[in-house]
Design a protein around this ligand. Structure first.
Ligand code: ZN
Ligand code: ZN
Length: 137
């Protein structure tokens, strides 16, 4: 099944040839600052499955955090150390994923004013074993 997504202004559009099988919440200070939010929800996807179909020239990148240069919508992240995996901001998808978050990451810099109220596993950092497992899917 192919999925699609876009930024707020619609300049950047993408198609995704991968299922959203897992989503995770990142509570790190960097994500919180970049998004203006208590945490960020991303889905790990194979980089090869993501195709920018419009507005590629508008896609800007700050230290691996990709966004629309026109409307500032965060679209995805990619680390130089793991180029084959992309963390897609699920908020940019046209159709909402139906899976529930399966983990909370980077609690060591979680917002003290936000309380997690579900039973998903919690990790102080981004566990390498989990990253590897997500990568293998
Ligand atoms: Zn935009
Ligand atoms: Zn983060």
């Amino acid at each position: 099944m192919s999925r699609s997504g876009r930024c707020l202004c619609g300049a950047v559009r993408y198609e995704l040839d991968a299922e959203i099988r897992a989503i995770v919440n990142c509570h790190c200070r960097f994500c919180r600052r970049a998004h203006g939010a208590a945490f960020v929800t991303t889905a790990p996807i194979p980089t090869a499955a993501l195709r920018i179909v419009a507005g590629g020239e508008q896609v800007a990148n700050y230290e691996g955090r990709f966004f629309c240069a026109k409307c500032a919508t965060r679209l995805f992240s990619r680390a130089d150390s793991m180029p084959e995996t992309t963390a897609l901001m699920i908020t940019s998808l046209d159709e909402e994923p139906t899976v529930a978050p399966s983990a909370h990451f980077n609690l060591e810099s979680k917002a003290p004013w936000f309380e997690i109220r579900d039973d998903a596993p919690r990790f102080d950092s981004f566990p390498p074993a989990v990253a590897a497992a997500l990568d293998d899917r």
